[in-house]
Design a binder for this molecule. Structure first.
Ligand SMILES: [Zn+2]
Ligand SMILES: [Zn+2]
Ligand SMILES: [Zn+2]
Length: 119
Protein backbone atom coordinates (compact mmCIF):
# COMPACT_ATOMS: atom_id res chain seq x y z
CA UNK A 1 0.00 0.00 0.00
CA UNK A 2 1.63 3.18 -1.16
CA UNK A 3 -1.39 5.39 -1.03
CA UNK A 4 -0.67 9.03 -0.53
CA UNK A 5 -2.53 10.74 2.22
CA UNK A 6 -5.45 12.57 0.75
CA UNK A 7 -6.59 15.92 1.90
CA UNK A 8 -9.99 16.53 3.36
CA UNK A 9 -10.87 18.05 0.04
CA UNK A 10 -13.24 15.90 -1.96
CA UNK A 11 -15.24 14.80 1.03
CA UNK A 12 -18.81 15.84 1.41
CA UNK A 13 -21.23 15.60 4.27
CA UNK A 14 -24.50 13.89 3.50
CA UNK A 15 -27.57 13.22 5.56
CA UNK A 16 -27.32 9.71 6.92
CA UNK A 17 -29.48 7.47 4.75
CA UNK A 18 -30.00 4.81 7.38
CA UNK A 19 -31.58 7.08 9.96
CA UNK A 20 -32.48 9.88 7.57
CA UNK A 21 -30.58 12.31 9.70
CA UNK A 22 -32.29 11.50 12.96
CA UNK A 23 -29.21 9.95 14.48
CA UNK A 24 -31.16 7.07 15.98
CA UNK A 25 -31.51 3.48 14.91
CA UNK A 26 -34.64 3.60 12.71
CA UNK A 27 -35.70 0.19 13.97
CA UNK A 28 -34.87 0.77 17.63
CA UNK A 29 -33.44 -2.73 17.90
CA UNK A 30 -32.03 -2.22 21.37
CA UNK A 31 -34.20 0.65 22.42
CA UNK A 32 -36.04 3.49 20.78
CA UNK A 33 -33.10 5.67 21.69
CA UNK A 34 -30.44 3.46 20.14
CA UNK A 35 -27.81 5.39 18.28
CA UNK A 36 -27.71 4.96 14.52
CA UNK A 37 -24.92 2.58 13.62
CA UNK A 38 -24.19 4.25 10.32
CA UNK A 39 -23.52 7.78 11.53
CA UNK A 40 -23.02 7.04 15.22
CA UNK A 41 -25.76 9.43 16.07
CA UNK A 42 -24.44 12.40 14.15
CA UNK A 43 -27.20 12.29 11.55
CA UNK A 44 -24.57 13.00 8.91
CA UNK A 45 -21.98 10.88 7.20
CA UNK A 46 -18.77 11.85 5.49
CA UNK A 47 -18.53 10.55 1.96
CA UNK A 48 -15.64 10.88 -0.41
CA UNK A 49 -16.42 12.07 -3.89
CA UNK A 50 -17.20 10.95 -6.48
CA UNK A 51 -20.00 8.90 -5.01
CA UNK A 52 -22.73 6.87 -6.60
CA UNK A 53 -26.02 5.60 -5.14
CA UNK A 54 -25.69 2.18 -3.59
CA UNK A 55 -27.75 -0.28 -5.63
CA UNK A 56 -27.67 -2.98 -2.99
CA UNK A 57 -29.95 -0.98 -0.72
CA UNK A 58 -31.44 1.38 -3.27
CA UNK A 59 -29.85 4.27 -1.43
CA UNK A 60 -31.76 3.59 1.77
CA UNK A 61 -28.71 2.43 3.69
CA UNK A 62 -30.72 -0.56 4.88
CA UNK A 63 -29.69 -4.05 3.96
CA UNK A 64 -32.63 -5.65 2.13
CA UNK A 65 -34.72 -8.03 4.23
CA UNK A 66 -32.89 -7.04 7.39
CA UNK A 67 -32.86 -4.22 9.86
CA UNK A 68 -29.14 -3.74 9.61
CA UNK A 69 -27.00 -1.22 7.84
CA UNK A 70 -26.24 -2.12 4.24
CA UNK A 71 -22.99 -4.02 3.87
CA UNK A 72 -22.24 -2.33 0.59
CA UNK A 73 -22.33 1.23 1.81
CA UNK A 74 -22.28 0.90 5.60
CA UNK A 75 -25.64 2.58 5.78
CA UNK A 76 -24.57 5.71 3.95
CA UNK A 77 -26.71 4.98 0.89
CA UNK A 78 -23.88 5.92 -1.45
CA UNK A 79 -20.53 4.48 -2.31
CA UNK A 80 -17.35 6.12 -3.46
CA UNK A 81 -16.23 4.88 -6.86
CA UNK A 82 -13.45 6.66 -8.63
CA UNK A 83 -14.33 7.80 -12.11
CA UNK A 84 -14.40 6.76 -14.86
CA UNK A 85 -16.86 4.04 -13.98
CA UNK A 86 -18.47 1.29 -15.99
CA UNK A 87 -21.33 -1.07 -15.30
CA UNK A 88 -20.29 -4.02 -13.18
CA UNK A 89 -19.82 -7.05 -15.43
CA UNK A 90 -20.98 -9.44 -12.74
CA UNK A 91 -24.29 -7.91 -11.73
CA UNK A 92 -24.85 -5.81 -14.84
CA UNK A 93 -25.41 -2.76 -12.71
CA UNK A 94 -28.06 -4.19 -10.42
CA UNK A 95 -25.84 -4.46 -7.37
CA UNK A 96 -26.81 -8.10 -6.83
CA UNK A 97 -25.02 -11.15 -8.11
CA UNK A 98 -27.84 -13.48 -7.19
CA UNK A 99 -25.80 -15.34 -4.60
CA UNK A 100 -25.09 -12.82 -1.90
CA UNK A 101 -26.80 -9.91 -0.22
CA UNK A 102 -24.94 -7.69 -2.58
CA UNK A 103 -22.62 -8.13 -5.52
CA UNK A 104 -19.17 -8.91 -4.21
CA UNK A 105 -17.49 -7.55 -7.32
CA UNK A 106 -18.79 -4.01 -7.02
CA UNK A 107 -19.91 -4.07 -3.38
CA UNK A 108 -23.44 -3.42 -4.51
CA UNK A 109 -22.64 -0.17 -6.24
CA UNK A 110 -23.53 -1.57 -9.66
CA UNK A 111 -20.51 0.15 -11.16
CA UNK A 112 -16.80 -0.41 -10.96
CA UNK A 113 -13.80 1.65 -11.84
CA UNK A 114 -13.42 1.46 -15.58
CA UNK A 115 -10.24 -0.04 -16.86
CA UNK A 116 -8.14 2.12 -19.12
CA UNK A 117 -9.45 1.77 -22.61
CA UNK A 118 -7.34 -0.27 -24.99
CA UNK A 119 -5.74 1.87 -27.62
ZN1 LIG B 1 -27.58 7.65 10.89
ZN1 LIG C 1 -26.12 0.31 0.45
ZN1 LIG D 1 -21.66 -5.88 -9.33
Amino acid sequence: MTQKATAVEGWVELTCAFCQGRGRDPFGLLSALSTCGACRGAGKVQVKEPHTPCRACGGSGIQPFTRLTCLGCDGKGVQTIQEPTEACPVCKGTGFDGLHLYCLRCHGAGVIIAKAADS
